[in-house]
Design a protein around this ligand. Structure first.
Ligand SMILES: Nc1nc2c(ncn2[C@@H]2O[C@H](COP(=O)(O)OP(=O)(O)OP(=O)(O)O)[C@@H](O)[C@H]2O)c(=O)[nH]1
Ligand SMILES: [Mg+2]
Length: 605
């Protein structure tokens, strides 16, 4: 094996919010990777609109910096559990990882997930304890906890001998000793240079490059992001394209790019270990290999975890369809979902018994909500069903996905949180009282039991609790879980809401619409204080004043309605309900809109 000595490829992995993107920012800054005129926004790698709004990373992205004659390719990965598929792909491109752990929070569920994936790929780890500037940092304990996590995951001796650095990504420094604060990131770069293996390759071996990610360019069409394992790639060269289905095609590399800081730079050629983007392959997908045309040998395709949650996504079938969006037809929805599949290996799309709705499977609610949010911003109108877990049959029995949940709460809320999880069929597996007034609880719970739990959890802990979960295998079906205790108020007709009617309805529960809003039969306009479903008329005018314009009466006396975000709506709806999503609105509705139809269904039971 020969080494590509001037190159290092690393991925930064961690639980959500532990500071990955902030660290990449600082690495870019301290290597002078920004030109003077480039704007120094915080967390530049989080470039997507939704990423900036939500303050989280959704897509893994790569960048490259130069340090002391070395080129370091860095993959910034998302920390939220729903985007675990992105991390798995990122790991396929690198030779080592930087595992970031928050000095106060310690290892959390996604730390375990990303470390497990790293150890499975036998990649070396550099541990960086980040945020040591936090006043509540517990550096020593956290190092201990990470060591235990390695043992827990059956790391071998070699893997456990990892270097440890202490850092404040935000302040831009790292050091080998926890007492040595300040300075810059030199110790981190030095550790990468010394400890991360340079890419290895076989001298004289033909080309082998694996496609780990996809991107699109408005001029060039689809771009494939590849890691070259062996051999060389040249612009204009013909290569064998080994497809997932086993077939081999021949195609020309029309463009070749390497990454420098935040830009893709055209290149003539690239060699082993390089991470490149190539154009020229119209429907190339993740896991395919570009190989030597004379002796094509495909690489092992990437494996990612299976989806555990699904939703149906279909065209908007409400009476208001077509009034707010541009992209309405089944064909458009299907094409868009197909396009998403290409770039996202952790999603699946299945047909349903309806020709205008599809079952989309993914890793979690947030992943699916991000897809729907992206589509609505593009102009789609959609009907989205309640999130369902993906079951599977093991030994003839239905099994459902479980989640491992880690909860941090002030002591006084342990009782109410326990009740909340127990009624959703969770079992507690561990409880640690830190002696600081805070308690950490570990639970195992059917993934179904977590659907919609976040709002209630926040209410129960008065906004102070923290809850993180990730996939923890399958177990036999747990039986019924009753998620929503309350019923809904359903409009019994089409029209515009009136203040007059809403004042009457307020007595029944919490309203989701204000006055003067267009509603239809079967649309959910509020939550019933009681557990049953109630058909109501929110459009009722005041008696004898039928000359008056709708909505102008008494409005000032009505409490402002509860308006759901997309994610809240998906959490709220029950099995026989769905969300109508358009670029302008999120409405809740019954799947069966007409009242007589629902009554018949109900009778059938
Ligand atoms: N106190 C302190 N805060 C930090 C430090 N590093 C990052 N943060 C803050 O932590 C928050 C999350 O930082 P990000 O860099 O977005 O974290 P991330 O790991 O990229 O998050 P995801 O990509 O969503 O998983 C931000 O508010 C940062 O300012 C640090 O060293 N000290
Ligand atoms: Mg990030």
């Amino acid at each position: 094996m020969t080494l590509r000595k001037s190159l290092r490829n690393i991925a930064i992995i961690a639980h959500v919010d532990h500071g990955k993107t902030t660290l990449v920012d600082m690495m870019l800054r301290q290597t002078g990777s920004f030109t003077a005129h480039e704007e120094l926004t915080d967390r530049v790698m989080d470039s997507g609109d939704l990423e900036r709004e939500k303050g989280i990373t959704i897509l893994a992205k790569n960048t490259a910096v130069k340090w002391n004659g070395l080129t370091i390719n860095i993959i910034d990965t998302p920390g939220h559990a729903d985007f675990g598929g992105e991390v798995e792909r990122g790991l396929a491109m690198v030779d080592a990882v930087i595992l970031l752990v928050d000095a106060a929070e310690g290892p959390l569920p996604q730390t375990r997930f990303v470390l497990r994936k790293t150890l499975e790929r036998r990649l070396p780890v550099v541990l960086v304890i980040n945020k040591v500037d936090r006043p509540d940092a517990r550096v020593k304990e956290v190092v201990n906890e990470v060591e235990n996590l390695f043992l827990d995951l059956d790391a071998d001796e070699h893997q456990i001998a990892f270097p440890i650095l202490y850092a404040s990504a935000r302040q831009g420094w790292a050091s080998a000793s926890p007492d040595d604060t300040g300075g810059d990131l030199t110790p981190l770069f030095q550790t990468i240079a010394d400890f991360v293996p340079a890419p290895e390759y076989q001298e004289g071996h033909g080309l082998q490059a694996i496609v780990c990610n996809l991107d699109a360019s408005p001029y060039l069409g689809r771009l494939a992001l590849c890691r070259i394992i062996n051999g060389y790639l040249e612009r204009g060269q013909r290569v064998a394209w080994c497809r997932i289905d086993g077939s081999i095609e021949h195609a020309k590399i029309t463009e070749l790019f390497i990454t420098e800081a935040l830009e893709r730079i055209p290149a003539q050629s690239a060699g082993p270990g390089d991470i490149v983007a190539v154009a020229g392959f119209e429907d190339i997908t993740i896991g395919e290999t570009l190989a030597d045309p004379d002796n094509p040998i495909a690489l092992e395709p990437l494996h990612v975890d299976e989806p555990s949650l699904s939703m149906t996504i279909g065209i908007n079938t409400s009476p208001l369809a077509g009034t707010e969006g541009r992209l309405l037809t089944a064909r458009m929805v299907k094409d868009r979902l197909d396009k998403e599949l290409v770039g996202n290996v952790s999603l699946r799309v299945l047909t349903t018994e309806r020709p205008d709705a599809w079952e989309v499977q993914g890793r979690g609610e947030l992943q699916l909500a991000v897809l729907i949010e992206t589509m609505r911003r593009e102009g789609f109108e959609l009907t989205v069903g309640k999130p369902q877990v993906v079951t599977k049959i093991v030994d003839g029995k239905v099994h459902e996905p479980l989640e491992h949940v880690t909860i941090d709460v002030p002591e006084e809320f342990v009782g109410s949180v326990t009740t909340l999880l127990a009624t959703r069929r969770g079992t507690m597996v561990d409880m640690v009282n830190h002696g600081t007034g805070w308690v950490r609880l570990e639970w195992r719970i059917p993934a179904r039991g977590l659907v919609g739990i976040r709002t209630e959890f926040m209410t129960e802990t008065r906004g102070s609790g923290m809850m993180h979960s990730n996939f923890d295998g399958y177990a036999p079906w747990f039986g019924d879980i009753r998620l929503r205790q309350k019923g809904v108020l359903v409009s019994d007709r089409r029209g515009y809401t009136t203040g007059n009617a809403l004042i009457d309805l307020e007595a029944r529960g919490v309203l989701f619409v204000g006055p003067g809003v267009e509603v239809y039969e079967g649309m959910i306009v509020g939550e019933n204080a009681r557990s049953d479903e109630m058909n109501v008329n929110p459009t009722k005018e005041k008696k004898l004043t039928n000359m008056r314009a709708s909505g102008s009466d008494n409005t000032e006396r009505i409490a402002p309605p509860t308006i759901f975000s997309l994610e809240q709506a998906l959490e709220f709806i029950a099995d026989d309900e769905s969300a109508e999503v358009t670029p302008k609105s999120v409405r809740l509705r019954k799947v069966v809109l007409d009242r007589a139809g629902r009554a018949r269904l109900h009778k059938k039971g």
